[in-house]
Write a protein that binds this ligand. Structure first.
Ligand SMILES: Nc1ncnc2c1ncn2[C@@H]1O[C@H](COP(=O)(O)OP(=O)(O)OP(=O)(O)O)[C@@H](O)[C@H]1O
Ligand SMILES: [Mg+2]
Length: 350
């Protein structure tokens, strides 16, 4: 069965919400209503929504603030804004800020339907494109997992001792297949983030326990690469609510970068601490560092340092998207040739 398109109507005038809801429900869309910006954001954090139709003038979180937040956290959700006749200029401003369309009150319901249909057509096209990418990447994963499995059985001697000289090339095959799998997983994660935004399942966890667990998981690899691992945890760190799977993804990415860009003999340190109203986790290394002029855009999608081509440049983009969805932020300090320090902050208020 085809899933229904989901629309959220936001207006502090109940009468308007009700008339839009009735009209759209008749067209067989799934329609939800929020009576202010705060309720709308809370709803969006829990449920996927294709289209938001919002009034611009609302107390506290107005339509502009809502539009900005939707674009940041749910980039594939389209927004149609509603304005009063006397505030036509704000509708132009809203279009400039990325709204898909605007309607002027009092509007004709046919015009509303037309605008909604156009927006949903665009959403359907994009969904087909995303589904195609995610199906293709999924299908690539199966044979790759099988290649990795056979390689590790061969290298592990399950099929008998390997003929001389075969261990090195087979380990090479395995390492590259591992990298390819990591790459596919990154693509899948980015595709999911851009089609659904980041949906958080927040529970209270100790960040210290998670940090220790993830650092220990890297011990074998660090030993092979002759890199020393250190842990400096603040024992007074408050336990706050966050999405453990997503934060694990951030720490994993920062650790993998630190190990990847630190030469043998170097060290990687994970520490936690308390800042003003926030807790933080820091991953420092004594590795290659990042040139000053490239630090600012290192969190953008596909950004890598030109002279290094080891990864895809998606890891830090994923980190930033996840931490922003948590209401936190991430910073980098680095000196070329001396090392890098990445720190992410989470608000304690949650
Ligand atoms: N700890 C670090 N030391 C030096 N350079 C770093 C470090 N972390 C990131 N970088 C630089 O920033 C770039 C972007 O990092 P990012 O994690 O986004 O991508 P990646 O590691 O190249 O690929 P991916 O994480 O998608 O496998 C890296 O290519 C690297 O040039
Ligand atoms: Mg990376």
């Amino acid at each position: 069965m085809k899933s229904k398109e989901r629309i959220l109507v936001v207006d502090d005038e109940k009468r308007i919400c009700d008339s839009i809801r009735l009209l759209l429900q008749r067209k067989d869309y799934e329609v939800f209503v929020a009576n202010n910006g705060e309720a709308a954001l809370e709803f969006l954090n829990k449920e996927p929504i294709d289209l938001v139709i919002t009034d611009l003038m609302m107390p506290k979180i107005d339509g502009f603030a809502l539009l900005e937040q939707v674009q940041k956290s749910y980039p594939h959700t389209l927004v149609i804004v509603i304005t009063g006749y006397s505030s036509m200029r704000s509708s132009i401003e809203a279009l400039r800020s990325g709204a898909y369309d605007y309607l002027v009150k009092p509007f004709d319901l046919d015009i509303l339907s037309l605008s909604v249909e156009k927006a949903l057509d665009k959403i359907r096209m994009r969904r087909m494109h995303d589904d195609f990418i995610s199906m293709m990447t999924h299908d690539l994963k199966n044979p790759l997992t099988s290649i990795i499995g056979y390689c590790s059985l061969l290298v592990g001697g399950v099929y008998g001792e390997l003929p001389q000289g075969l261990t090195t090339p087979l380990t090479g095959v395995q390492d590259n297949a591992d990298r390819m799998l990591a790459l596919i997983n990154d693509f899948l994660a980015v595709n999911r983030i851009s089609s659904e935004g980041v949906r958080l399942d927040k529970q209270k966890h100790s960040l210290n326990v998670l940090a220790k667990h993830l650092l220990e998981g890297q011990r074998a690899q660090a030993e092979i690469r002759k890199i020393k691992l250190n842990l400096a945890l603040n024992s007074k760190l408050p336990v706050i609510a966050y999405d453990a799977m997503q934060i694990e993804r951030i720490i994993g990415n920062l650790l993998s970068n630190a190990l990847k860009f630190t030469p043998p003999g170097g060290s990687v340190t994970v520490s936690t601490g308390i800042a003003e109203g926030e807790i933080f986790l820091r991953v420092s290394d004594t590795g290659a560092g990042i040139p000053a002029d490239q630090q600012e855009n290192i969190f953008e999608r596909y950004k890598r340092i030109e002279s290094r081509t080891e990864g895809t440049g998606l890891g830090l983009y994923i980190c930033k998207t996840i931490i922003t969805a948590h209401g936190g932020h991430i910073t980098v300090e680095s000196k070329e040739g001396e090392g890098s320090t990445f720190t992410f902050y989470l608000p304690i208020s949650d």
